[in-house]
Design a protein around this ligand. Structure first.
Ligand code: UDP
Length: 233
């Protein structure tokens, strides 16, 4: 069983029925799933996205500059992190939120050594604010933080069962891939993660498991036995 895991959740995981925002029932469900995975004894860090609130340039049209819009996206991830923290604490888990940009009345600033210490003490650490820089995504933040804390694996929870040969929603012949190398995934342009995030994982040799968030017990399974989704390594 891997010892230290970084779980990447997209903001979508906190919404319900396609309605943007944070839905308490989704939050409660995810927190229960994460708490159950944590009970296996793994050290767990989380990077949460913000797409359920603000998707950067995609939402800004031409009214808001790219940089400002990305700053708003990063703030959205902090909003989500605080919601997730509250739900995890309700589920009985000790947590810390660390932000890439300081908001010190609400959360700790990101300090790598402190994050590692929290993990060693069994606390769940939620990294918020992405990388702290515009022009990036929370996938890249996940790859970066996983590299920094020397995570054994990234678990990327998604809406589908894993990585497919093609978009399963458009092509019924698309097949689920069980294992693939970083290099093959990059060469084939498979769209499950940003290229920059994938390249960082390749460079630091961090395996990524892409799996379905909506199947009950999947996070725990992914942590315990790894027998779900697609492994990129
Ligand atoms: N963002 C950013 N820098 C980062 C991480 C995120 O500028 O390091 C912004 C960007 O605008 C992005 C938004 O925050 O569109 C929300 O993050 P993301 O799209 O990765 O969230 P997810 O799709 O995982 O919910």
């Amino acid at each position: 069983m891997p010892k230290r895991i970084l779980l990447k959740l997209s903001g979508e995981a906190l919404q319900s029925q396609g309605l943007r925002g944070v839905a308490p029932q989704s939050l409660r469900h995810i927190a229960g799933e994460i708490a159950s995975a944590h009970e296996t004894g793994v050290e767990l860090a989380i990077v949460v996205g913000g797409g359920n609130i603000w998707r950067g340039a995609k939402d800004a049209e031409d009214l808001i500059s790219r940089v400002m819009s990305d700053n708003m996206g990063m703030l959205a991830t902090i909003f989500n992190a605080l919601a997730l923290q509250a739900a995890l604490e309700s589920a009985g888990k000790a947590t810390r939120v660390q932000t890439a940009m300081p908001i010190i009345t609400l959360a700790e600033p990101y300090i790598r050594r402190k994050a590692v210490r929290h993990l060693e003490k069994g606390r769940i650490v939620i990294f918020a604010g992405g990388t702290g820089n515009p022009y990036f995504t929370t996938d890249t933040a996940a790859a970066l933080r996983a590299s920094e804390i020397e995570a054994d694996e990234i678990l990327k929870a998604t809406q589908v069962d894993g990585v497919y040969t093609d978009d399963p929603q458009k092509n019924p012949a698309a097949r689920l891939i069980r294992t693939i190398s970083y290099r093959d995934a990059l060469d084939r342009g498979l769209k499950f993660m940003d290229t920059s995030a994938l390249a960082l994982c390749l460079e630091n040799q961090i395996p990524i498991r892409v799996f379905n968030l909506h199947k009950k017990g999947n996070i725990r399974k992914a942590v315990r036995s790894g027998g779900v989704g697609t492994l990129i390594s």
